[in-house]
Design a protein around this ligand. Structure first.
Ligand code: BJ8
Length: 427
């Protein structure tokens, strides 16, 4: 990925390890070329996302640093439970910090057990290796008590970053759980207001809700277009849009997604797909796939199938449901925010019936021929849920394949064999 400018000075000032960072970009660039640019019949609108990715550590970081220079604060997060509405309303910017690549593994394993999921290890690796300009730009980093892995890892992470804020989250969808979520959102609101020195008002909160709703509505429009056969966009490209959702300027992201949707609508009308009609259709369900984790869609879409949906936080679980913006007071709108986020059906909740219902609903809507449950190794919440999910789906004659993997490329061959066999069975 050739960047338009030399950003080395900017990265140096952020405290990045330039050599390690160059090495990371040196791997990422060719990988993007081989995985993304090598695809056939891509929508033209993907040019925007290719540009964003080529500048993901360049121009976007420069924009964030310009915002900081103008007095705006940057807040980083690892979970879709951190409400962007509150951040925007206080005049700050939210960026996703989840990482999808192994880095500095030897260093990481001095601080975390080896049997920790790749997502958490990657978070530590990007910090210890000093290769994440987003993390280094953040004025506040928000952790959350979700799975035990993250919850305990943040205790150690606190020693690595000087601005970690930990949000507590409920484990049950009960009245008490909802009260906890509400009080945590108020506590977060105060912390953000204190960080920015900006008090959230009715107007600023309303506008923030509208901005975030627009972004979610746009990505939802893109999802719905994938219901067509042939699917107008590959799963790789759709995943990329869902990943960029967490980094980009919200208004620009919304406009770019709407533009690509116009193009996809025309494609659907013409019957023009990323793959031929009747290509086996896969719904992916499970753990989030953070940039640059493109392993699963790469294997699936080079094995004769197309991915038509992601039941994932980088996907529909994270983006479904808008926030009611009709409230007349800050309190009413805070209530609407609690209501919206309370519906996120992460596997950390017990019981978590809604998720199964959503997987079934998505499989039907997106006309999936089969479901692949994507579990990261050592991720107890999703791996535990994958077994009842598989059973329930198979009872409904929806073929399901459970995979358990990490960020390494070592199991590529083995996964490809299993996935090819699964796809064969769907034909
Ligand atoms: S709301 S899915 S973004 S917590 S993969 S770190 S669960 S051991 S990421 Fe998530 Fe929020 Fe839930 Fe969504 Fe733990 Fe599993 Fe690792 Fe995970």
């Amino acid at each position: 990925m050739a960047m338009s400018e030399d950003y080395h000075l900017m990265w140096k000032n952020l405290g990045l390890d330039l050599e390690a960072h160059d090495a990371l970009l040196g791997v990422l660039g060719p990988a993007y070329q081989d995985i993304y640019l090598a695809q056939k019949n891509r929508p033209e609108g993907m040019g925007y996302f290719d540009f964003v990715m080529s500048e993901v550590h360049g121009l976007r970081i420069k924009e964030l640093l310009d915002e900081k220079a103008a007095g705006r604060k940057i807040i980083g997060s690892y979970c879709v439970f951190v409400p962007e509405e509150i951040v925007l309303a206080a005049g700050a910017t939210l960026v996703g910090l989840c990482a999808g690549a192994d880095f500095a593994t030897d260093e990481v394993e001095k601080l975390l057990p080896r049997n920790t999921c790749a997502l958490i290890k990657s978070t530590f690796g990007f910090k210890l290796g000093k290769v994440c300009p987003y993390l280094e730009s953040a004025d506040m980093v928000v952790g959350e008590n979700t799975c035990d892995g993250k919850k305990k890892a943040y205790e150690t992470f606190k020693g690595l970053v000087d601005n970690l804020y930990v949000m507590d989250l409920p484990q049950m969808k009960s009245e008490q759980g909802r009260v906890l979520l509400q009080s945590e959102y108020y506590r977060f609101k105060s912390a953000v207001e204190e960080l920015t020195g900006v008090a959230i008002t009715t107007d600023s909160l309303k506008e923030a809700i509208k901005t975030v709703n627009a972004k979610r509505a746009a990505i939802h429009r893109l999802s719905v277009l994938r219901q067509a056969d042939p699917a107008p966009i590959s799963g790789l490209d759709a995943l990329l849009a869902n990943q960029v959702f967490f980094y980009d300027n919200p208004a620009r992201f919304t406009a770019s997604v709407e533009k690509i949707c116009d193009e996809l609508e025309a494609r659907v009308a013409e019957g023009n797909g990323a793959f031929p009609k009747k290509t086996p259709r896969i719904l992916v369900s499970g753990c989030p796939q953070a940039v640059p984790n493109w392993k699963l869609p790469l294997i699936v879409e080079t094995s004769g199938a197309v991915i038509v949906g992601e039941e994932s936080c980088v996907g529909e679980r994270g983006a479904r449901n808008l926030t009611d913006d009709s409230g007349k007071t800050v309190e009413e709108m805070m209530e609407a925010i609690v209501e919206r986020y309370y519906q996120v059906d992460c596997a950390i909740f017990t019981p978590n019936q809604d998720r199964l219902a959503h997987i079934e609903e998505m499989a039907t809507k997106y006309k999936a021929d089969g479901v692949i449950h994507y579990g990261l190794q050592f991720c107890q919440p999703y791996l535990m849920e994958s077994i009842p999910v598989e059973k329930a789906l198979e009872q409904q004659n929806i073929p399901t394949l459970r995979i358990e993997t990490d960020y390494s490329m070592e199991d590529m061959g083995q996964l490809k064999t299993r996935i090819e066999a699964f796809i064969e069975q769907l034909r």
